[in-house]
Design a protein around this ligand. Structure first.
Ligand SMILES: C[S@@+](CC[C@H](N)C(=O)[O-])C[C@H]1O[C@@H](n2cnc3c(N)ncnc32)[C@H](O)[C@@H]1O
Length: 239
């Protein structure tokens, strides 16, 4: 009898009830480049679903890249924590190959949809090979799989607004270090569009870079206000 009462108390909630998939086709402009893609307009309830919308760091990164498109010309690129893919998709207008990555399955679904939108023949001006891969920072098997699949390595690693959770930052830098090591010193750069939300994070990223034998240099003229916060572009290389 008691057990029956306990069972009656269990509330069954369908996880899809908490999932917002109401993506809107949205246009973003970076210099002379317009990008249309599907994204949410505001955050969902789940902290892990940050990738469903475009973050201020992506705007900082894309404005910087659109003004320095020569950095991308003919390059192969891997992006970490791509979210809906706005940075990688902009890069595909200039690059030879772009691999967009994320760890969240829901985010990977919308990322793939946006890649399809831009990889189609009607999408003019995209000549790059675009691919999405699952990559969770610090997951050795997944990093090895991505590195085996793209064995030549990458010219650039990109990350926009991906330093927001203290516990994942050491894993992010560990992942970046492995990717930088494929080509070796001086042959691959990690460009990070950083948005400062906590002093402790400002120092943590510098400490992690140094702990992983990396040099982190603030790119002149990139410190600016994005969405009411301080943002800056860092160039990170192996020492
Ligand atoms: C704040 S969002 C930024 C998304 C996009 N770069 C932008 O600026 O619009 C952070 C992204 O990193 C991804 N992410 C968070 N932790 C991760 C982890 N441990 N491994 C891989 N991706 C992660 C999230 O799924 C999300 O897409």
């Amino acid at each position: 009898m008691e057990r029956e009462e306990e069972e009656e108390d269990i509330v069954c909630l369908d996880p899809s009830f908490f999932m917002n998939n109401d993506y809107q086709l949205t246009t973003f402009t970076f210099g002379s480049h317009e990008i249309e893609l599907f994204c949410l307009q505001s955050a969902s309830t789940d902290f892990d679903l940050t990738g469903q919308l475009v973050w201020p760091g992506a705007l900082l990164m894309n404005n910087y890249l659109s003004q320095h498109a020569h950095l991308l010309q003919g390059c192969s690129i891997i992006e970490l924590g791509s979210g809906v893919g706005i940075t990688g998709i902009l890069c595909s207008k200039f690059c030879h190959k772009v691999v967009l990555t994320d760890h969240n399955e829901e985010v990977l679904k919308i990322l793939k949809k946006n890649i399809e939108l831009h990889a189609s023949p009607e999408s003019l001006g995209n000549s790059a090979e675009l691919a999405a891969e699952k990559l969770e920072w610090g997951n050795s098997d997944q990093i090895t799989q991505v590195m085996d699949k793209h064995s030549g390595g990458f010219d650039l690693i990109l990350g926009a607004d991906i330093c927001f959770q203290q516990s994942s930052v050491p894993l992010l830098f560990k992942t970046a270090e492995r990717l930088l090591q494929v080509r070796g010193r001086g042959k691959c750069k990690f460009i990070l569009a950083y948005v400062s939300r906590a002093r402790s994070m400002d120092t943590l990223i510098l400490d992690e870079a140094s702990r992983h034998g990396m040099r982190m240099i603030e790119v002149d003229g990139t410190r600016s206000v994005v969405g009411n916060l301080q943002g800056v572009i860092y160039e990170i290389t192996l020492n």
